[in-house]
Design a protein around this ligand. Structure first.
Ligand SMILES: O=C(O)CCC(=O)C(=O)O
Ligand SMILES: [Fe+2]
Length: 376
């Protein structure tokens, strides 16, 4: 589509290296500072850690914000590269024995993407590289990021307008307290986007079947010709538009990034990495937890959405032209799978069941109010 192509070109027009953010000084009203020759962020807000109490209102309004002034260790982008460029026989040993897509190594070759999910169980020793330094950096970033996301969740419970969606008692916390104290089913993902991940054009017949694209047969077929037709949009490494299952996601990436964020009005923002900043977005469950009092987002749909309801953040990645490869890190705050998230008309629904049902619905990876809800 020429419209999308020219927009991408415009967004990734070359810029001079900007000054680094003065850590600890930026405030919510500071202009974002891109780390390299990407565009600016089209105006996504930047929040300083000392203004964390503004996070609930900022997410409700803007769908995403950059956080600066945090005390996270350096982003483990070198570790993402180390693991995802390991020899194929090593990556093979990191595949989950029962094929989990949120544990160990996975790939979506027709999207030019591969990823590895860290599991905190067993001290982070499952399906990982045999490298102490790698393991220590990975564990440290996961632990600090989850603590930060839990701190953001705590702001929802202390804000004066906080209220619970699924209870009639206004003293019930907006976010269940176990989310703030327990790591639940949280994970961290290292991703690599590269033309090298596409199947070779010589293998064109049948090896793109595990595609996670929104489209059906035709996009799978074009993806087979990925290397021979570089102008074909399906040959661009990417992640299709979606929302995340959990509560909050913390993201960071190499530049230029190619990450796009939709706000609740449908406006699209580019979200390049900024110096010393992490990007915070909302997952499906945050909409559920911040629904209007005495409503239920699965049963009541739009009627459950108020001005302080945080809708899940729709996002997508399109690797910018002329980028050799892209690495990113996403930390997902999720409750344990058994947490009952809904006791509405459809009965009890656990987080695990909710997430599984969403995964089964083809072409509907964005869980958005107004769309048909899944039948549990
Ligand atoms: O690579 C990115 O920046 C986005 C990754 C993502 O959205 C996901 O894994 O859910
Ligand atoms: Fe995502």
């Amino acid at each position: 589509m020429p419209g999308i192509r020219s927009r991408i070109k415009r967004i990734f027009a070359t810029r001079k290296e900007p000054p680094r953010l003065d850590k600890g000084k930026a405030r919510a009203d500071s202009p974002p500072t891109p780390t390299s020759d990407t565009s600016d962020s089209d105006g996504l807000p930047v929040l300083h850690y000392s203004d964390l109490h503004l996070a609930p209102a900022t997410l409700a309004r803007s769908s995403a914000f950059y956080l600066v002034g945090h005390a996270l260790p350096p982003a483990p982008l070198p570790q993402a590269k180390q693991l995802l460029t390991s020899p194929a026989d090593i990556k093979k040993t990191l595949i989950h024995p029962r094929g989990s897509t949120v544990r160990g190594y996975n790939s979506a070759v027709s999207s030019g993407r591969e990823w590895w999910d860290y599991s905190p169980e067993n001290g982070g020793k499952n399906l990982t590289l045999d490298d102490e330094g790698f393991q220590a950096a990975t564990r440290a970033y996961f632990t600090a990021s989850i603590a930060l996301l839990q701190e953001i969740c705590a702001q929802f419970n202390s804000s004066p307008s906080s209220s619970s969606s699924s209870s009639s008692s206004s003293s019930t916390p907006t976010i269940p307290s176990e989310v703030i104290t327990d790591v639940g089913f949280s994970t961290m993902r290292y991703l690599r986007y590269s033309p090298a991940v596409f199947p070779e054009s010589s293998n064109t017949t049948s090896n793109t079947t595990s595609s996670t694209t929104n489209n059906t047969t035709s996009s799978t077929t074009t993806a087979n010709n990925a290397k021979s037709t570089p102008s074909d949009p399906s040959s661009i490494p990417r992640m299709e538009a979606h929302t995340d299952h959990g509560i909050l996601t913390l993201m960071t990436a190499t530049a230029p990034s190619g990450l796009y964020i939709w706000d609740r009005t449908g406006q699209i923002y580019s979200a390049p990495p900024l110096s010393n900043a992490v990007l915070i977005i909302a997952g499906d469950l945050l909409a559920h937890f911040t629904a209007l009092p005495n409503t239920n987002i699965l049963d009541d749909g739009e009627k459950a959405v108020g001005s302080s309801t945080v809708l899940p953040t729709v996002h997508a990645v399109v690797m910018p032209p002329d980028t050799r490869e892209r690495y990113s890190v996403a930390v997902f705050l999720r409750p344990r799978r058994e947490l009952v998230v809904n006791r509405g008309k459809g009965g009890e629904v656990t987080f695990g069941r909710w997430a599984e049902e969403k995964g089964r619905i083809r072409g509907r990876r964005c869980w958005m109010v107004g769309q048909q809800q899944p039948q549990f």
